[in-house]
Structure formats: structure tokens, C-alpha cells
Design a protein around this ligand. Structure first.
Ligand code: SAJ
Length: 421
């Protein structure tokens, strides 16, 4: 249930493994595309288009919007979105709706597995009671229930689903063992059986862990700028110390996982007397990085007698991650909004995002500054002399430690970068 960037590959891989698979979704046109063998997933996902063409619409796998067709299903995987809102509260509408619709057609004895990322405690507090109520069946008698969070990264969906280890949370040890047998059909990595709460914690903690680590690197970058250091050099030497692995500071933290999952983890203790200070603070540090880039731009423009209000800025990279076309929660979008709020004009370039492709030097023409927000590999081939000639002012702001400071300053650029004085 849920044929998005997780559900569709999962359905196809199980079909490829020989299982009889039905994919259910609420969007008719997505269902029709899939049954025509066309993947509705944006972006460059190696192997996915071919796999969808091979299995979809055939006897192995078909898509539907009709839950009636799920009556004979022995196993149901739920892969619906679980977003957080602007107040960082989880929205489980899609999860509730899918369980509400599934209950009445649930086959007695079926195994239901939630793969979506959910706040610890959600299986016990939301999924279980809702499914018992909507199906009229009892847990471990009328149906079995588990939580197996997905670990996929855009651009590597199929590879991740096959190779990465997975935490397999069952409401009972027997259910977890059954789930391991199921996933063994498609997963080469470790399958670690455990309980649902542990599975919910592992998924949200592994991403909150990364967010806190990135925030630490960002805070060290701010210190390095202020005291005249170079955070990239500092990080390299810190990481020579045993047991250190400082991550990369940068212009911000985007994507569909890292900005969201720390809030799902935090929601588990909302209203309880558990003072969370580090996890929310890390989110605040990371969310403030686009503003810091805007401040660096402002300082650099001042050195050429300009201010943001009457400047035109070339924003290099709108995707949230290098060599990706995914723009979800992109720090660059936050930066563009900040620049526009100051009255600046922003010209966006991104070799991966259709509406922003094109000749970089053309985009740079007449701009007062260029800011590198995403270290797309294509920018490595950038002719920095030509860029300087195209810009009206030789102002360069570096959000990802991408340029060689000495080189660009030696060419006469006013250069300000995250983490460097
Ligand atoms: N980022 C930094 N500094 C870093 C690493 C990342 O600023 O050192 C920024 C990136 O620019 C991006 C954001 O953080 O804007 C997220 O980057 P990411 O490398 O974490 O990539 P994601 O968002 O695709 O995260 C996924 C997650 N995978 C799953 O949820 C299964 C995450 O758990 C993985 O650790 C990550 O991929 C990965 O390692 O590639």
C-alpha cells in the first residue's frame, strides 16, 4: 500500500522474486502508469524503469486503487508518507487512511508490516488499535503485525533495498522470524529480528544521529570563521584522532529523511518529562545555515559597495544533495526565499533539475555574485576565469567548501566560504 519511491520498488522486487503482488495506491493516474509498465518515480533510479516495465501490469504484479482486490493478500506492506508539519508534528493521515481501508478487507491470519518511518510508540498506540478496530480482528489471532523501516537513498533505491541491512520488528518474536523469512527473499544484508519499539527507535535515531553530527560540524564552521581558521583543514586533522569522524559542514540539511526523522524521534516523548535539548538544537543549527550563507553574501557584496537589495545572485544548485535532482526541503530553496525577502534577484542554475538546466555562464551574466550551494560533479568542470568574466562583480560565496580559497582569491575574487575566514 503506497506506490511511491519506496513502495513501488519494494512491490517490483517482491514480484521479481516470484511472489504474487498487488500494489495499492490512491492516485489513479499513478496506478494506470504502473500498469502500463511506466515508473512514475522522478529522478535517476538505476534499473527501476526496466524493472517496472518487466513486472508491472503482468500476472506478477498489478496496481489498483481498489482495496477490495486485497482480500486474498497474505502479507500487506504499508509504505505511505509520514510527513511532519511546520510545527514539527507528525502527520499520520495517510497511515490512518490506509489502515482504515485495509481493515474491512484484511484476510484472517494475514501479516501487516508498516515500512513507513514512524515515531517510536506509534505501532502500539496507533497502528495496532486502529487495525483491530477497522478489521474487527484481534492481534496475534486474526492478524499479525510488524514494523520494518526502509533504508533507501534516492538514486540508489533498488541497490539499497537489496543490500542494506534491515531491522525487523515484530509484535511477537514469531512474527519477527516470519518477517525475516519474507525479507530474506529480497534482502542480501543482515535481517535483525527485534520488537516494534526497537525498530521504530533505530530508524529515527540513525537519522537524528546524522543530523546532530552535521550540526556539530556546522557549529565548528561558525567558530572557525570567527577565529580565522579553516574548518575543512580542522576537520581533516580532527578526524586523524582515533574515534573521531566529524562530518561536513555546509549550506544546510535537506532531503526527506534527515530534517524529518529527528522530529519523529522527539515526538515520542512529547508531553513526557524528558527534556530534549540536543536534538531540537541540532535542527535549529542546521536550519540556520541558509541564513548564514545569506549573511556571507551580504558581507561579500558590501566589499564591492553593493547590498543584497539591489543585487542579482547566481545560485548554483537547487537540489538538496549533490548529483541528485531531488529538491525536497532544499537549503537552496530556503536561501532563495531569504534573498528575495531582502529584495535581491536570484538566478538559479542546476544541471539536474529540468527548469534550471542550461549554460551556467549564460545564467551568470550580469550577476553580482555567485553562491555554490550544491557540489554537483558538473561544477568541477567550471571554468572559473570565464565565470569571473561573466559576473558583474567578482564575488563568490561557497556553501560546501567546494573551491580552493587561495586559487580563487589569487584570481581577484572576493571569496567568503562556510568555515573559512
Ligand atoms: N549533509 C551535510 N553534511 C554531511 C552530510 C550531509 O550538510 O556531512 C547534508 C546534505 O547536503 C543534504 C542532507 O545533509 O542536504 C542530507 O544528506 P544525506 O547524505 O544524509 O542524504 P539523505 O538525505 O539521502 O539521507 C539518506 C538517509 N538514508 C536513509 O534514510 C535510508 C541517511 O540515513 C543516510 O545516512 C544517508 O542517505 C547516506 O548516508 O547517504
Amino acid at each position: 500500500i503506497g506506490l511511491g519511491y519506496v513502495g513501488l520498488p519494494v512491490a517490483c522486487i517482491f514480484a521479481k522474486a516470484g511472489l504474487d503482488v498487488i500494489g495499492a495506491d490512491v492516485f489513479t493516474e499513478r496506478v494506470e502508469k504502473i500498469n502500463a509498465g511506466i515508473s512514475p518515480i522522478e529522478g535517476n533510479e538505476p534499473g527501476l524503469n526496466e524493472l517496472v516495465r518487466e513486472v508491472a501490469g503482468s500476472s506478477q504484479m498489478r496496481a489498483t486503487i481498489d482495496y477490495e482486490q486485497l482480500r486474498d493478500r497474505d502479507v500487506i506492506l504499508i509504505d505511505v508518507q509520514t510527513p511532519v508539519d511546520e510545527n514539527h508534528k507528525p502527520h499520520y493521515e495517510a497511515l490512518r487512511a490506509s489502515l482504515q481501508s485495509l481493515g474491512p478487507v484484511l484476510k484472517k491470519g494475514a501479516l501487516v508490516i508498516v515500512e513507513s518511518t514512524i515515531s517510536p510508540g506509534t505501532m502500539n498506540k496507533l497502528a495496532l488499535p486502529l487495525l483491530e478496530e477497522s478489521s474487527g480482528l484481534k492481534l496475534n489471532e486474526g492478524f499479525y503485525l510488524g514494523n520494518c523501516p526502509e533504508r533507501v537513498m534516492p538514486g540508489k533505491l533498488l541497490q539499497n533495498l537489496k543490500s542494506l541491512s534491515r531491522v525487523v520488528g515484530g509484535m511477537t518474536p514469531e512474527t519477527a522470524d516470519t518477517m525475516v523469512a519474507l525479507y530474506r527473499l529480497i534482502v542480501d544484508g543482515d535481517l535483525d529480528p527485534t520488537d516494534c519499539t526497537t525498530a521504530e527507535l533505530v530508524k529515527t535515531v540513525e537519522n537524528a544521529y546524522r543530523d546532530v553530527q552535521i550540526a556539530f560540524a556546522n557549529e565548528v564552521a561558525l567558530v572557525s570563521e570567527a577565529v580565522g581558521g579553516d574548518v575543512w583543514k580542522v576537520r581533516e586533522l580532527v578526524n586523524k584522532s582515533p574515534g573521531r569522524n566529524m562530518l561536513l559542514p555546509g549550506a544546510g540539511v535537506g532531503g526527506h529523511c534527515i530534517p524529518k526523522d529527528p522530529w519523529l524521534l522527539a515526538d515520542a516523548v512529547d508531553g513526557l518529562d524528558v527534556p530534549l535539548r540536543l536534538i531540537p538544537a541540532a535542527r535549529a543549527v542546521n536550519d540556520a545555515m541558509p541564513q548564514h550563507v545569506a549573511d556571507l553574501l551580504s558581507e561579500a557584496l558590501e566589499q564591492v559597495g553593493k547590498n543584497l537589495r539591489d543585487a542579482k545572485i547566481l545560485v548554483m544548485g537547487i537540489a538538496y544533495l549533490e548529483d541528485s535532482d531531488d529538491t525536497r526541503n532544499s537549503p537552496s530553496e530556503a536561501l532563495v526565499a531569504l534573498l528575495k525577502a531582502k529584495g535581491a534577484k536570484a538566478v538559479v542554475h542546476d544541471p539536474y533539475v529540468d527548469e534550471y538546466k542550461g549554460d551556467l555562464l549564460m545564467a551568470a551574466k550580469g550577476c553580482d555574485a555567485a553562491v555554490l550551494m550544491v557540489k554537483h560533479a558538473e561544477y568541477l568542470a567550471l571554468d572559473i576565469v570565464a565565470l569571473r568574466a561573466a559576473l558583474s562583480q567578482s564575488v563568490l560565496v561557497d556553501g560546501r567548501g567546494f573551491f580552493d580559497v587561495g586559487e580563487v582569491r589569487g584570481m581577484g575574487f572576493i571569496y567568503h566560504g562556510i568555515g573559512t575566514a
